[in-house]
Design a protein around this ligand. Structure first.
Ligand SMILES: Nc1ncnc2c1ncn2[C@@H]1O[C@H](COP(=O)(O)OP(=O)(O)OP(=O)(O)O)[C@@H](O)[C@H]1O
Ligand SMILES: [Mg+2]
Length: 482
């Protein structure tokens, strides 16, 4: 390992000490300062092999230093660390040419790894500093939880690329918002953002919606119509609820993505597809692939960069920010200002939020419209939440009363329907039996705490047969856990 000189600027002495120790152990020479001016002097004197800088420092913002550093020393790599964990910081840092962005608090070992990478990775002709600058207003994503910071980090890296992104997340987690942010701050932002929702369009119209049609292509096609691909030319095409796309249309879409060309319905001349693709779904597409409902090859085409948006219950620390954000939006619309007392906020943090951020937004709207109090208290929240859980309990009871046979029948009907006039691929019997066998065996094993002898006995099958099935179905056996 070669030793390097690393320049560190952070006004927090504790952080300077931790970094000095960790990188010193790796044999590096670490020089630290609490202000930007000293850092800048070192750099302009030609010192250092790597810079690690904080954002907020007493004299200057570390982010503002980056373009100046890049101008005089384009080969000097810069790591940015910040406690201002917003999408804006991540985007700005990446945009201005930082090598990596580390939200605070970070794991010191992770920092050490990034440092080694920054020192060893070959420097390509340093990419020109991008023109684009995100402005402080308007970055739409709220939340500073670690889970969201990870999202911001990935988003910031994706902004300058044209990579296909597949966004997965429960309903209301912000999939569409993220898709728009990728467009609005990406390099195609001057082009159109065109969204199409696969679940909302009748299946027989999907192809003509996507690719357009010529006059007279089918009954009712009284004039030529541009499809979404054509409308999204030069911009971004957002394929929402991609999991609901019928199989025939999937085949067509795959071909377009592979060939970069499409023809309109009833048309002959191939047109070039020139748009960035972002797809989203709340469904488990891998599961759909296993069930034969989604083409595996299309899945891999779309899943170039997977982005999983965490459900709100995994980041309840974001709730106060979200609630305040929606309250302030509502005051902009002229409704009176309101806030929550501590007990009310705590209650919201412990709630499960099946509808995620959208549910927060709706609740805040309801609170603003229905209650005259300025401060919303715990009892109001309790009343509002019990209304919600009463209505969702009714829904769960419906599915609880469904028998296994009925459930299978319902799934099979959906499955056949998804194929429209076509038949599913051969091997259906095996696929369906595997689908049922997997939970049967997994749950039997968990009931017997992983004891295969007991599980085989309960199931009434031979132990060797059970072992074979575990292997074939790729079931993970965990002992002693129930
Ligand atoms: N992190 C966030 N910060 C601020 N607002 C958010 C955030 N996430 C979601 N929202 C808001 O919540 C609402 C739902 O978001 P969006 O429509 O993007 O969800 P979705 O994942 O596409 O949901 P669905 O699967 O139901 O279509 C929108 O009004 C959006 O602006
Ligand atoms: Mg959506």
């Amino acid at each position: 390992m070669t030793s390097a000189t690393i320049l560190v600027a952070d006004d927090d002495k504790a952080i300077r000490t931790v970094i000095t120790q960790a990188l010193g152990r790796k044999g590096h020479d670490v020089r630290t300062t609490g202000n930007a001016a000293t850092l800048w002097r070192w750099i302009s004197d030609g010192e250092g092999d790597l810079v690690i800088t904080d954002v907020v420092m007493p004299d200057e913002n570390g982010l503002d230093l980056i373009p100046r550093i890049r101008k005089i020393r384009p080969n000097l790599r810069i790591l940015v660390m910040s406690a201002q964990n917003t999408l804006l910081t991540a985007v700005k840092a990446t945009e201005r040419g930082a090598f990596e962005y580390l939200p605070k608090p970070f794991d010191i070992n992770e920092l050490a790894q990034v440092v080694e990478r920054a020192l060893s990775e070959p420097k390509s002709d340093s990419p020109a500093i991008q023109e684009m600058e995100a402005d402080d207003e308007g970055l739409p994503l709220i939340g500073r939880s670690p889970a969201m910071q990870e999202i911001y980090r990935v988003l910031a890296r994706l902004m300058s690329t044209d990579l296909t992104v597949l966004i997965n997340g429960e309903s209301g987690t912000g999939k569409e918002l993220v898709a728009r942010a990728l467009h609005d701050y990406g390099k195609r932002r001057n082009g159109p953002f065109v969204a199409i929702n696969m679940a909302a369009i009748p299946r027989e119209l999907i192809e003509s919606e996507l690719f357009g049609h010529e006059k007279g292509a089918f009954t009712g096609a009284t004039q030529r119509n541009a499809g979404r691909f054509e409308q999204a030319e030069g911009g971004t095409l957002f394929l929402d609820e991609i999991g609901d796309m019928p199989l025939e249309a999937q085949t067509r879409l795959l071909r377009v993505l592979q060939e970069g060309e499409y023809t309109t319905v009833g048309g002959r001349t191939p047109l070039r597809a020139n748009s960035r693709i972002i797809a989203a779904t709340h469904r488990d597409l891998r599961q759909f692939v296993r069930q034969g409902l989604f083409r595996e090859d299309l899945f891999y085409r779309l899943n170039v960069v997977p982005l999983r948006l965490p459900p709100l219950r995994e980041r309840s620390e974001d709730l106060p920010d979200l609630v305040n954000h929606f309250f302030s939006r509502i005051t902009e619309e002229g409704l009176p200002a309101k806030s929550l007392d501590a007990g009310a906020m705590e209650r919201l943090k412990s709630y499960r939020w099946p509808g995620n951020v959208r549910e927060v937004e709706n609740l805040v709207r309801r609170l603003a419209a229905l209650y005259s109090q300025e401060v919303i208290t715990l009892d109001i929240i309790e009343a509002e939440l019990s209304d919600i859980s009463a209505s969702s309990e009714m829904e769960t009871n419906v599915s609880a009363s469904e028998s296994l046979g009925e459930a299978v029948e319902r799934h099979l009907q959906d499955y056949f329907e998804a194929h429209g006039n076509a038949l599913p691929a051969s091997g259906l019997h095996d696929r369906i039996l595997r689908e049922v066998e997997r939970p049967l065996i997994t749950l039997s094993l968990s009931e017997t705490k992983g004891n295969q002898i007991k599980a085989a006995e309960m199931l009434g099958i031979n132990r060797n047969t059970l072992r074979k099935k575990i292997r074939e179905l790729d079931i993970e056996v965990v002992r002693g856990i129930k």
